[in-house]
Write a protein that binds this ligand. Structure first.
Ligand code: ADP
Ligand code: MG
Length: 138
């Protein structure tokens, strides 16, 4: 069993698609074992995406992440990190496979509906960024 950090981005909450995306997550065999809705501050978004701070899209990405509420989640399942990335689809929805969340819901490469951790190390960091142990109920 493995855990990964998921974020439903503001384009999802704005269009009232939280349940529709959660249905894809659960249908994909992942369990939502922690979940909270919050509105990130700019400082929090910049800290969360610090690995991208040198990228040209960093400011736009942070602004997009604070443009509305997000839903942060811990997902659990076998090989959850890689498995969720497959359920999400490619970063650019134009390249995402049929049936993936990004193919079906993303508006653009920035407003691409979901975040998922990319490694065991980052999953642990990102989960503890949002959740305490008490809030994670496996
Ligand atoms: P992923 O979310 O698939 O792990 P990255 O970690 O590379 O992708 O990038 C983080 C987020 O930054 C992406 O989900 C996307 O919203 C945004 N992003 C990535 N590349 C670009 C780009 N070339 N232009 C604009 N936004 C981008
Ligand atoms: Mg990433």
């Amino acid at each position: 069993m493995q855990r990964t950090l998921s974020i439903l981005k503001p384009d999802v909450t704005r269009r009232n698609l939280t349940g529709a995306v959660n249905e894809r997550i659960e249908r994909g065999g992942l369990r939502i074992i922690a979940q909270k809705r919050l509105h990130l501050t700019l400082t929090q978004a910049q800290k969360f995406y610090a690995v991208h701070q040198e990228r040209a899209f960093f400011n736009d990405l942070c602004q997009s992440m604070i443009s509305g509420p997000v839903v942060a989640q811990v997902l659990e399942g076998e090989n959850a990190i890689l498995h969720y990335r497959n359920v999400m689809g490619a970063t650019n929805p134009a390249n995402a496979d049929e049936g993936t969340i990004r193919k079906d819901f993303a508006e653009s490469i920035e407003a691409n509906s979901v975040h998922g951790s990319d490694s065991v190390e980052n999953a642990a960091k990102e989960i503890s960024f949002f959740f305490s142990e008490m809030e994670i109920v496996g």
